[in-house]
Design a protein around this ligand. Structure first.
Ligand SMILES: Cc1ncc(COP(=O)(O)O)c(C=O)c1O
Length: 376
């Protein structure tokens, strides 16, 4: 029996090693503070949980791919308020089960005669995995510090072969944001060369300077598809709720494709999500929580000789280290602080460490003390 070769490849995925490192360290009696995987552990605001419960109806029927009008309207109103952009909530918005599944499966609707998908590296692995499972050819676009962690568009020359070009700003893992001119440039190329620009904006609301721009703000959104989610903004990872905003032809394709996969969110989750997109106070509060953790850990790391090489958004810190990122991560772990080696996100991440600010404030303070005591 032969199973998917793509699955066999995934076994080699370096990130699974973080789990075994953590387990080994705990077996050695080390009390590990885990900044490795970016799963937020902040409580979901009460009004959202209440809306979920109130949203359960007597009869449970299959949710439709188009989603509930009240959710689409809430997302449309959020986009208008946040970016000053008007979208057609019925034709352009499709609710998703978090953004991961939508990112993963996008290649299934986007690949035609063209089979090439461009993905950033270092980066979130799902762009590549989804493309590979869909049978695409993947090209990686390196992001480098001396280019502000933005892709060097002039260094790429296969635009006419592309089906999809993925971007992610605010960026996981580096925390940098992209200027509107970057999206304008890419959206222009997408139109000129006939590919789809996919912009993963999962961290759009976790910012500590000025609010980041969105690819939704380009003058012509014809070839632009944006993915966003409540996971980080509203601490709702477990609810699985996000959206795709796409030109009508692509949104139609998604509405045709998605019922086969069964990826419409549960209606009670959609009702809770409408409440979440309609409130900004809890998002302000979440930003404050992460800002405090950032202000606790980042100065300790820089005092200890790590160089801040990242941006001012997302809940990630991205620090340059001397030598191998894996060695640096191992050294930290001996003292109970687990960070992800940049090399785990791709070769261009070598020489950096990523800290996800997901442990509690108290744990961040404890980690800062350890780092100052041991490394400064
Ligand atoms: C860059 C990026 N995009 C998308 C996601 C998907 O988030 P979700 O499926 O919870 O919406 C994540 C989650 O960690 C992420 O880091």
């Amino acid at each position: 029996m032969q199973l998917s070769p793509v699955l066999a490849e995934l076994d080699q995925y370096p990130f699974v090693r973080l789990d075994s490192w953590r387990t080994e360290a705990r077996q050695q009696g080390i009390d590990v503070i885990d900044f490795g995987v970016g799963d937020p552990r902040e409580p979901t605001p009460t009004f959202i949980r209440d809306a979920l419960v109130a949203g359960i109806s007597d009869i449970s029927s299959y949710p439709r791919a188009a989603g509930l009008p009240e959710l689409r309207d809430a997302i449309g109103a959020w986009i208008a308020g946040r970016y000053g952009v008007t979208v057609d909530a019925t034709r352009e918005l499709v609710p998703t089960l978090g953004s991961k599944e939508a990112i993963f499966s996008f290649a299934n609707v986007a690949l035609g005669e063209r089979r090439v998908v461009a993905v950033p590296e270092p980066g979130y692995p799902v762009y590549e995995r989804g493309a590979l499972f869909a049978g695409a050819e993947v090209v990686t676009i390196p992001l480098r510090e001396d280019h502000g962690w933005l892709p060097d568009l002039d260094a790429f020359d296969a635009w006419d072969e592309l089906a999809v070009f993925w971007t992610c700003y605010p960026n996981n893992p580096t925390g940098v944001t992209a200027p509107l001119s970057f999206y304008e440039e890419l959206a222009g190329r997408a139109q000129e060369h006939g590919f789809v620009l996919c912009s993963d904006e999962a961290y759009s609301e976790l910012w500590f300077g000025t609010p980041p721009t969105s690819a939704l703000q380009v003058a012509d959104r014809e070839n632009v598809v944006v993915f966003n989610t409540l996971s980080k903004r509203s601490s709702m990872t477990g609810y699985r709720s996000g959206f795709v905003c796409a030109p009508p032809a692509i949104a139609d394709a998604l509405r045709a494709f998605r019922p086969s996969v069964g990826t419409a969110p549960q209606e009670f989750v959609q009702r809770a999500s409408a409440a979440a997109w309609s409130d900004e106070a809890h998002v302000d509060a979440v930003r404050e929580v992460y800002a405090r953790k950032r202000a606790t850990l980042l100065p300790a790391l820089t005092a200890a000789g790590f160089r801040d090489a990242g941006g001012d958004a997302t809940f990630f810190l991205w620090l340059a280290v001397d030598g191998s990122s894996e060695t640096a991560a191992r050294q930290l772990l001996e003292h109970g602080v687990l960070a992800a080696p940049g090399a785990f996100f791709g070769p261009a991440g070598e020489g950096y460490l990523r800290f996800a600010l997901v442990p509690t404030q108290a744990e961040c303070e404890r980690a800062a003390t350890i780092i100052r005591e041991v490394f400064a």
